[in-house]
Ligand binder design. Structure first.
Ligand code: ADP
Ligand code: MG
Length: 306
């Protein structure tokens, strides 16, 4: 054994860090879409930190900003303000060329629409080889790796099938192989089981879990599917373009889950909507600090501490 570190076969950028820094850091992330006379604030100060090797679920109502977040992390959209770093790379400052390399090497993406993940006229094998070909890998090398990956996702007997000859679940398995082909640092999936029946969805999630565990590959999965949210150790809820709460599960298969509200760097906290409604809280509240907790009252009432 030598003490020399082996060169990383796929280190795309020199300046990225391998240290203890979380692989994803979003700080006060803002994305405003401007149309002719309208401004839509898709993200309004979103904070998110994901550690290496974590597999997290992102949940939230339709229109809450989940896809916007994922598109930013995937390098296909650019935030209006704030900070977004993935694997030490500043996503607000990548040049066009760096962005292409970022999408090719640092992140893998799986879309909900099975058809969007694969080229329809290419076989499963060619689909998996494509990102490696674009990245300049030799033909023999990428063929071996594509076969190996397709075997890993359980499709060793479907190498020559084009997407139309594969079921929805099989197509998403190929999509997983495509997404990990270039050994990305992060796998992003936007409702990857949205078009699948629940049994097939369960199998796809299980495969993602296995790959997460085997390779320590960090995963961020947007989902409506309670099955996914129950099988990851952390579920982050987005509300109105902000992370509002987190559910932590020590054992994804155990019943125990702890729910937290998210406190941002400036001390802002989103109260759960049912709490707001239960006490009719709006506009202003009274706060009072106790030795180990904080009390919140509606503005119209006087704190009654007895
Ligand atoms: P989700 O994925 O949680 O359903 P999105 O991130 O797609 O939410 O959208 C968040 C908000 O941003 C919505 O109000 C949506 O209408 C708006 N939005 C998203 N993309 C665009 C766009 N390209 N142009 C204008 N508004 C957009
Ligand atoms: Mg969406």
């Amino acid at each position: 054994m030598t003490a020399t570190a082996e060169p990383r076969p796929h280190a795309p950028f020199d300046r990225r860090s391998d240290g203890g820094e979380p692989v994803i850091v979003c700080d006060n992330l803002v994305r405003i879409y401007k149309t002719a006379e309208l401004e839509a604030v898709a993200l309004q100060g979103l904070d998110l930190v994901v550690d290496r090797g974590e597999m997290i679920a992102i949940v939230g109502a339709s229109g809450s900003g989940k896809s916007t977040l994922l598109n930013i992390l995937g390098g296909v959209d650019v935030p209006s303000a704030g900070e977004a770093r993935v694997d030490g790379l500043d996503l607000l400052r990548l040049s066009g060329r760096e962005r292409v390399r970022y999408r090719r090497r640092v992140v893998g993406f799986i879309w909900q629409q099975t058809a969007r993940n694969l080229l329809p006229y290419l076989s499963a094998l060619d689909n998996v080889e494509l990102p490696m070909a674009l990245d300049g890998r030799s033909a023999g090398d990428r063929r071996d790796r594509a076969v190996e990956l397709l075997e890993r996702v359980g499709l060793g007997d479907r190498l020559d099938h084009t997407p139309t000859r594969l079921s929805g679940g099989e197509q998403q398995r190929v999509a997983i192989a495509v997404a990990v082909a270039n050994e990305p640092r992060v796998l992003l999936a936007d409702e990857p089981t949205g078009e699948l029946d629940s049994a097939t969805a369960g199998e796809v999630i299980e495969l993602l879990r296995e790959i997460n565990a085997e390779r320590g590959l960090t995963m961020v999965i947007v989902t409506h599917d309670p099955l996914i949210a129950e099988r990851v150790t952390r579920t982050v809820a987005i509300r109105d373009g902000r992370t509002s709460s987190e559910v932590l599960r020590e054992d994804p298969f155990g019943a125990e889950a702890r729910e937290f509200a998210v406190l941002d760097r400036t001390g802002r906290l989103q109260l759960p909507r049912d709490y707001l409604e239960a006490l009719d809280l709006e506009h202003r509240v009274r706060l009072s600090l106790d030795p180990d907790h904080i009390k919140v009252w509606p503005d119209r009432e006087r704190p009654n501490d007895g």
